[in-house]
Design a protein. Structure first.
Length: 224
C-alpha cells in the first residue's frame, strides 16, 4: 500500500507550507486539494457560471483542464487551460468562492477520484480539509494542524504581502472566521479531525518545529 500522510486543518494553519516541505524532505508527491476547489471556483467565475449552479459547477469540476507541474527553480506551477494561474488563486475572494463550491456534495464527488490519483509511489502528502476523514481514510499518519484565528490571520496577511497581494488584517480575520464556519458546518465532509488524527496546535510553534514533529511521527510509524 502506498503510504499517505494527511494534513488537514483550517485556512492559515500553515498546512500548505508544511505539506510542501514535508513532501520535499520525504521525496513524496504532494496534493494541494484546496487548489482543486479554488481552481473550480476560478474556472466558474471565468466562464461566467453562477457559483451556486451545482450542476454546471460539477460538470466543470469533472472536466477541469488542470496540470500540476514543478518549475525549473523547483517551485510548484499550476496550469488551468494550459495557462499558468498566479496569485489570483490565493486571494481570499477565491478562497471564499472555493468554500462555497466545496459545500456542494456533487462537486466533492467529482473531485474525489482526481485526488486519489495523486497516490503514487513512493508516497503522498495530502493537504486539505477532509484528507484523513474522506479521501484517504486508510492513511497511516493523519495530522490535524490548527492555530488561533489571530495567528492564522497574521500568517495569511504576511503570506499575501510576500506575494505582492494587498490585504487588510481585519477583513482577513473576518474572512477566515466566515470560511471556518462554512467549512466546519457544511453537511458533507465538514472540517474536523479524523478520529485517529493527531492534533497539533502551531500557534506557538515555528515551521521547523512543526515539520520536525511530523517527521518524528513518520519515523515512529516507519514511514520515513
Ligand atoms: O486550503 P485552501 O485555503 O486552499 O482551501 C480553499 C477552500 O477549499 C477551503 O476553505 C475549503 O472550503 C475547500 N476545501 C475543501 N476540502 C479540501 C480542501 C479545500 O473543502 N480538501
Amino acid at each position: 500500500m502506498i503510504p499517505v500522510i494527511t494534513l488537514d486543518g483550517p485556512g492559515g494553519s500553515g498546512k500548505g507550507t508544511i505539506a510542501r516541505l514535508l513532501a520535499d524532505r520525504l521525496g513524496w508527491h504532494l496534493l494541494d486539494s484546496g487548489a482543486l476547489y479554488r481552481l473550480t471556483a476560478l474556472a466558474a467565475r471565468r466562464a461566467g457560471i453562477d457559483p451556486e449552479d451545482e450542476a454546471r459547477v460539477t460538470e466543470l469540476a469533472r472536466t477541469l483542464p488542470v496540470a500540476f507541474e514543478v518549475g525549473e527553480d523547483g517551485t510548484p506551477r499550476i496550469l488551468l487551460d494550459g495557462r499558468e494561474v498566479g496569485s489570483e488563486l490565493r486571494t481570499e475572494q477565491c478562497g471564499a468562492d472555493a468554500s462555497r463550491v466545496a459545500a456542494m456534495p456533487a462537486v466533492r464527488e467529482a473531485l474525489l477520484e482526481r485526488q486519489r490519483a495523486f497516490r503514487q509511489p513512493p508516497g503522498l502528502v495530502a493537504d486539505g480539509r477532509d484528507m484523513g476523514t474522506v479521501v484517504f481514510p486508510d492513511a497511516p499518519l493523519k495530522i490535524f494542524l490548527t492555530a488561533s484565528l489571530e495567528e492564522r490571520a497574521r500568517r495569511r496577511y504576511n503570506q499575501l504581502k510576500e506575494q505582492g497581494v494587498s490585504a487588510n488584517i481585519h477583513s482577513l480575520l473576518q474572512e477566515l472566521a466566515d470560511r471556518d464556519e462554512r467549512d466546519a458546518n457544511r453537511k458533507v465532509a465538514p472540517l474536523r479531525p479524523a478520529a485517529d488524527a493527531i492534533v497539533l496546535d502551531s500557534t506557538e510553534l515555528g515551521i521547523d518545529e512543526v515539520l520536525q514533529r511530523i517527521l518524528d511521527l513518520a519515523r515512529e510509524r516507519e514511514l520515513a
